[in-house]
Design a protein around this ligand. Structure first.
Ligand SMILES: [Cu+2]
Length: 254
């Protein structure tokens, strides 16, 4: 019932339903508090109405019912936090699948697009060094390194096969961006100088919009041009093959 009432966006990832469950529970508690406070407010309006010519009482409440109510509310909040929120966070931010069982992609935000790098058939990104950074090699990949040569790059288009874990390693070239895909229930800040991994399992084929969840400059909204395309393993392989330069210098970005 609450889920319908909240009209939550569609879920296309495995942990997405857990996120929804937590939101529903939080809304039940907040709903109960809203009703409770509203009833209490109505009660005080009637009980202490001016027509009774009541005098202010300096002693205030003498019973302990409000204390017990506070303890009840705090306990429910503690249950939500310790019983649901912390375990969900532990699952999402920890419990990483093995690289070999996952689609591993490096995400680098920039003003104002998403750069994506796949390690290619050898599953290795190859050597990167600040010394290699130049205008046509913005990420400083070592082009002599064989592992680098088969990297597959893409801009604004993240393809992943359905049902297989995805590990994104997020960073930024300039300011703080945040890679957010609502149906996947994924939000990860992309911070210059840091590589922050996040993971999810896409469960539904489709095309999902990426939005930048950090106000990052004039063209911030343009980052919503990013898409995640969840497709069958076969389609994914076809796409990777079409992007691959077959060991050429696939190290620059458009
Ligand atoms: Cu941004």
């Amino acid at each position: 019932m609450m889920e319908k009432l909240l009209n939550l966006p569609m879920v296309a990832s495995q942990h997405g339903n857990d996120v929804n469950e937590l939101m529903v529970l939080v809304h039940w508690l907040m709903g109960a508090l809203l009703v409770g406070w509203a009833l209490f407010f109505a009660f005080t309006l009637v009980r202490f109405r001016a027509a009774d010519n009541r005098k202010a009482d300096y002693n205030g409440v003498t019973g302990h019912s409000s204390t017990w109510l506070e303890i009840c509310v705090a306990s429910l909040e503690a249950i939500l936090l310790i019983g649901f929120a912390v375990p969900l966070w532990a699952k999402v931010s920890g419990d990483f699948p093995a690289d070999k069982d996952s689609t591993v992609v490096r995400v680098v935000g920039e003003q104002f697009s998403w750069n994506l790098v796949y390690p290619g058939p050898d599953a290795k990104f190859g050597r990167q060094d600040l010394g290699f950074v130049s205008k046509d090699n913005p990420f400083g990949f070592d082009r002599k390194d064989a592992a680098t040569k088969d990297n597959v790059v893409s801009v604004n288009e993240l393809h992943v096969p359905v049902g297989k874990p995805v590990i994104l390693s997020c960073s930024s070239k300039d300011v703080i961006h945040s890679f957010k895909v609502v149906p996947l229930r994924v939000t990860q800040d992309c911070i210059p100088g840091l590589n922050i991994p996040t993971h999810f399992v896409p469960t539904k084929e489709g095309k999902y919009q990426v939005i930048c969840a950090q106000l990052c400059g004039n063209g911030h909204a343009a980052m919503a041009a990013g898409v995640v395309i969840v497709e069958s393993e076969g389609e994914f392989k076809k796409w990777i093959a079409s992007k691959s330069t077959g060991g050429g210098a696939a190290t620059t970005f458009e």
